[in-house]
Design a protein around this ligand. Sequence first.
Ligand SMILES: Cc1ncc(COP(=O)(O)O)c(C=O)c1O
Length: 378
Amino acid sequence: MIYSDILSSLTEENRLRTIPSGLGGIDLISNDYMSLGARYSEFLSEFSDNYGNAPMSASASRLLQRYQKDHLALETMLADLYHKNILLLNSGYHANTGALSSLSVPGTLIVSDKLIHASMIDGIRLGHGDTARFAHNDMGMLRKILQKKASLYKIVVVAVESVYSMDGDIAPLRELVEIKKDYPNVMLYLDEAHAFGVFGENGLGVAEELDLLSDIDILIVTLGKAAAGYGAFIATSEALHSYFINCARSFIFSTALPPYLIAWDKLMIEKLVGMKEERKYLRESSAWFRKEIEAITGRPCQSRSQIIPLHAGSATRAIEMASRLREAGIDVLPIRRPTVAEGTERLRLSLSAGLKKEDLCKVLYEVKAAVGHDSPTA
Ligand SMILES: Cc1ncc(COP(=O)(O)O)c(C=O)c1O
């Protein structure tokens, strides 16, 4: 049977995915960057006092939903923060597939970084426009593509992430904005999934940090990471907001998120905006940790964020290193193909504001021991 053959070859190549269990050590896996999710019980009484009667189900897609109060309240709050029009979607996956597929119509070109997230890739694949890709963060290559092709299309969308989910490095956003300004038909599409909550004065992301929010045409944020909730939003112009309501199929044809959950998202974002001290701490501890990892591996670390890759060189080695660290009480998982390219298998160390210096020292001690074992990174 074709499916069992596929499973067998995944097993042979050490790429079979399973749902992890038995985790409970120092958390370097989840995307709860501000450790807000880990503190959820602190907020339960405030939540139930203020929002406890919001419905558990939207009972319809947003366009047919009778009870809009909580969705509108969150959209209004975010619109005030971003000075943009906001549209909630059911997840980051829905946001990227809905937005990119609807933007990609005949007469458009979507130019994307080669390392964008699977949800963006899937959105582009669902579209009907033309596509091109540039090597990761290679602005020279992007410029060449635009010089050659931009004039052939009505609209060109350049799609990137701010903090890349597997490498923790950051797109050269200032340069991207400069490039965009050379072309009247180029729009910038920025996924801030891993930057929201962590970067910027109010935690709005890298675009806020660099004072470039007004230069981003379509900004995507998911709420299941630092925001310790669930869902996503698109921040954009009035015209594109209306366009997505009418043309983004993942928005139109799926039941809206439960108002109860949306109310929780709103409370969490209110907390997140004020977490300036935690943001500072995470930035500092991540910078220190990256240097320590560089010292251990003897290689420069390309990360500029709280996501720090520890390269293993092969799937087998990544699995070995991860299980060794888990035995030592550190929750990490191997990242393999197709999430990352062959030969770049790794552990993805995801730091959060709740990790104290002594936790990080223990992690480094165990990483050193794991890397020391016959490792290509040593
Ligand atoms: C860059 C990026 N965009 C979008 C998503 C999808 O977001 P969600 O988990 O809300 O579907 C992810 C999730 O891992 C991501 O890393």
